[in-house]
Design a protein around this ligand. Structure first.
Ligand SMILES: NC(=O)c1ccc[n+]([C@@H]2O[C@H](COP(=O)([O-])OP(=O)(O)OC[C@H]3O[C@@H](n4cnc5c(N)ncnc54)[C@H](OP(=O)(O)O)[C@@H]3O)[C@@H](O)[C@H]2O)c1
Length: 306
């Protein structure tokens, strides 16, 4: 058992980043527990039942005792595309607060929270307002050591480019020259675990390649071995959609509000990791081809879950 990190509790353990963190902890033979509302995804990836704590983070009473004996909490809890009918304030803020209060009560030493790159400067965006309200409460904690990690966009979100490329054309709002350095979940998971042993309280992080939106689209076409077709629409369309999205229910327009605001300027965070986006897209394409081949062999219609 690797005890240099102490006993870790991962919240949001069934999400994209959470599952990468759990995988990394298993590989490192760390002592950990995974907090989840449903256990299926974790058991499917081979996590022992006795490592899973079943709880509903939106209900404080459900969390009682979950932090007993825990040294470090890593929280990746948040709404991305969940369709629970809850608001960002209910999950990104309140559910994380429920967990923090339980961690403080139980004497947890360190609490690491995943916010988003540039969130402090984009407080008019509903998801980021909820995230930074929690981050501020965490950073003010006097009972444990706080740590807020603000990562750039994840590779999983760059899949939107891949899906458009697969359908034949990538549509971009603006000139396609806005730059960002997205990060792979595996690299970010390593970064989060490394933060357990570091002193700092706030970190910005992005992946190893700075790419424009046009370059991301081209990587997707190349992985799919398709001709590049990119259409650019004037940036005022983005601004108009963004303006109206703020007045519509966040359940419907929250993700669009976030991505359209992020696309307004370069988003370049300090570089970390080794994973390249082109390889990620190629891997998606390989998996889809393998699934299609398998379905063909069985005489079924391919159903890509890559
Ligand atoms: N995606 C990005 O580009 C990006 C960039 C920067 C920061 N972030 C932030 O990083 C964090 C992790 O992102 P991710 O992509 O890994 O998110 P994700 O895949 O959507 O995972 C979110 C986790 O939160 C849990 N969760 C959400 N609503 C819940 C609820 N009502 N009750 C209980 N659990 C709930 C999910 O549980 P279930 O599996 O049960 O739904 C899941 O475990 C998020 O806070 C996100 O905002 C994301």
């Amino acid at each position: 058992m690797n005890d240099k990190y102490g006993r870790i509790l991962v919240a949001g353990s069934t999400g994209y980043l959470g599952m990468h963190i759990v995988k990394e902890l298993v590989e490192k033979k760390c002592d950990f527990k995974a907090l989840a509302r449903s256990t299926g995804k974790l058991t499917e990836m081979g996590v022992d039942e006795d490592k899973i704590i079943h709880a509903r983070v939106t209900r404080a009473d459900s969390l009682q005792g979950c932090c007993d004996g825990i040294d470090v909490v890593i929280s990746c809890l948040g709404i991305t595309r969940q369709k629970d009918g809850l608001k960002y304030m209910d999950v990104d803020y309140q559910a994380n607060l429920n967990l923090l209060e339980e961690a403080e009560r139980a004497g947890v030493k360190k609490f690491i929270y995943i916010s988003a790159f540039n969130a402090q400067n984009l407080q008019h965006i509903r998801i980021l307002k909820a995230k930074e309200k929690f981050a501020a409460r965490l950073l003010a904690s006097e009972k444990l050591t706080p740590c807020v990690i603000r990562p750039n966009g994840f590779f999983v979100d760059m899949k939107e480019f891949y899906i458009m490329a697969k359908s034949g054309k990538v549509f971009l709002l603006g000139k396609g020259d806005v730059k960002l350095n997205p990060i792979h979940g595996e690299d970010l998971a390593k970064y989060c675990i490394r933060a357990i042993l570091k002193e700092g309280q706030e970190y910005d992080v992005g992946g190893p390649e700075v790419l424009s939106e046009d370059e991301i689209a081209k990587l997707a076409f190349s992985a799919l071995k398709k001709e590049e077709k990119i259409s650019h629409f004037p940036d005022w369309i983005r601004r108009v959609i963004l303006f109206f999205s703020r007045y519509l229910p966040e359940k419907k327009t929250g993700p669009a509000e976030f991505f359209l605001s992020a696309m307004a300027q370069d988003m370049i965070a300090p570089i970390y990791g080794t994973k390249k986006l082109g390889e990620y897209f190629k891997d998606l394409a390989r998996r889809e081809r393998a699934l299609a081949q398998k379905a063909k062999n069985k005489g079924e219609t391919p159903d890509s879950g890559a």
